[in-house]
Design a protein around this ligand. Structure first.
Ligand code: ARG
Length: 466
């Protein structure tokens, strides 16, 4: 059923307003109201520019800016009534402002909601990247604290989820710090690409009015390192470009891939089968049926939310790929996935920090697992290589030793010297010294290896960086 009242901002050519269902269907204020601080910031800068070029008077500019400040204050205090009849955050604010300040009827001069929303979102992305960076810093600090604590604890490293070679817990955790470090770089890159001002692009083709785009850009902080304004160079691209949305959601999803792998390690390590780590009560939950259970729910949810973030990237890419230039209303659907990606990423990173905070390694279980002598079979190959045996031959020799140990049902290091020498005469009585785990790690001190000195170096590098 059509409503009688016309839409206040664009209703000129219409004889009736939108149907109630259409209003509910097409509103975005229920999710874009959170852009209010950026929208007000953008409008204040736009008003200042309009006054600067003489399109509005200084007095009108002052009134508009004061009115915008007052509205933002009301919004922040929860004293603002959002109305879906005004569609979105932009029109809600503008219409309320016009009620309070008559000069506000001039505010939308030389501006469209198309360049307005593009500007709001670029301001949002700059802010969001900073917030995610800080949250990444908190998660990385928690990882680092745990790594420092567990410096002397060794565990098997795995490939194919089979015991491979010994590593320190710190080295394992530092791997995740590296991943999150790369995430930080990605968000910094996105913040830099967000730092271009689209205002002045209008709906699609700019404006005939004598605006000063550079003035607005400087006013809003869209500047390079030297303070020079950065204005988007193509009005059609500026109003329909959604690269940042996809990039931001992708960076969140990639970060999610990282925390999901961390979660999987934590879930495995926390199981009775591994028993390497004990997770804190505060980030685990019980079972309503099985009284003994303590489930690693925080990490399971982190793993699940990583999937949700991947869905957002798919939604955004699919939304944009078939759109002709320039703005199409489809693009209003760009915000829910981005906002959810942002909110969930911040929460997930804080949950990681919280879950790791109270986690404690079980040194005995770790020691028992890493004492498996087969973990040093490769070091035994190196032992022969040092004694002149070609690597491929040495690999076969140690393979034969492993076979023999299975046959004799003895751990690899308990084979007799006689038996070992029968397979290759390069073995000496000192061959068993290879099975000393800390000594094996001390031999791995080149860049990026798990030797204790190298790990210490990496730990202090990150301590300084964080
Ligand atoms: N709420 C709209 C969005 O987010 C703002 C832009 C509307 N532009 C338009 N021509 N209808 O996409």
């Amino acid at each position: 059923m059509a409503k009688k009242g016309k839409q206040a901002t664009w209703g000129g050519r219409f004889t009736s307003g939108p149907a109630e269902l259409m209003q509910v269907f097409s509103e975005s204020v229920s999710f874009d109201a959170r852009l209010a601080p950026f929208d007000v910031q953008g409008s204040k800068a736009h008003a200042a520019m309009l006054a600067h070029v003489g399109i509005i008077s200084k007095k009108e500019c002052r009134e508009i800016r004061k009115g915008l400040d007052a509205i933002l204050k009301d919004i922040e205090a929860g004293n603002f009534t959002w109305d879906i009849a005004s569609e979105d955050v932009h029109m809600n604010i503008e219409q309320e402002l016009t009620k309070r300040v008559p000069a506000a009827a001039k505010l939308h001069t030389a501006r469209s909601r198309n360049d307005q929303v593009a500007t709001d979102m670029r301001l949002f992305f700059k802010h969001a990247c900073e917030e995610v960076d800080a949250a990444l810093g908190r998660a990385m600090s928690a990882l680092l604290a745990l790594a420092k604590d567990a410096k002397e604890i060794y565990i098997p490293g795995y490939t194919h989820l089979q015991r491979a070679q010994p590593v320190s817990v710190a080295h394992h955790l530092l791997a995740y710090i590296e991943m999150f470090g790369r995430d930080r770089d990605r968000f910094a890159g996105i913040a830099d690409r967000a730092n271009w001002c689209p205002l002045g692009s209008g709906a699609i083709a700019g404006t005939t009015l004598p605006i000063d785009r550079e003035f607005t850009a400087v006013e809003l902080g869209f500047t390079d390192v030297k303070g020079k304004p950065r204005c988007t160079p193509n009005s059609m691209d500026a109003v329909s470009d959604r690269d940042l949305f996809i990039e931001f959601a992708s960076a969140c999803a990639m970060c999610g891939v990282h925390w999901s792998r961390l979660s999987e390690d934590m879930i495995l390590w926390n199981s009775a089968e591994f028993g390497f780590i004990k997770l804190p009560d505060s980030f685990t939950t019980g079972s309503s049926l099985m009284p003994q259970k303590k489930n690693p729910d925080s990490f399971e949810l982190l793993r699940g939310k990583a999937a949700r973030l991947q869905g957002h990237v798919t939604a955004l890419m699919a939304m944009v790929k078939g759109l002709p230039l320039t703005y199409n209303r489809d693009l209003q659907e760009d915000k829910p996935p981005v906002f959810d990606a942002f909110d969930q990423t911040i929460m997930c990173l804080d949950v990681i920090a919280g879950s790791l905070d109270g986690a404690a390694f079980n040194e005995q279980k770790c020691a028992a697992a890493v004492s498996d002598p087969a973990l040093l079979a490769t070091d035994l190959v190196d032992y022969l290589v040092v004694r002149g045996v070609p690597f491929r031959d040495a690999h076969h020799v140690i393979g034969a030793l492993v076979g023999l140990s299975e046959e004799q049902e003895l751990p690899l290091n308990e084979l007799s010297l006689k038996d070992v020498q029968k397979i290759n005469k390069k073995f000496d009585a000192d061959w068993v010294e290879v099975f000393d785990v800390p000594a094996a790690l001390r031999k791995r001190e080149k860049t990026g290896m798990p030797g204790p000195k190298e790990v210490k170096k990496q730990l202090s590098k990150w301590s300084k960086a964080l």
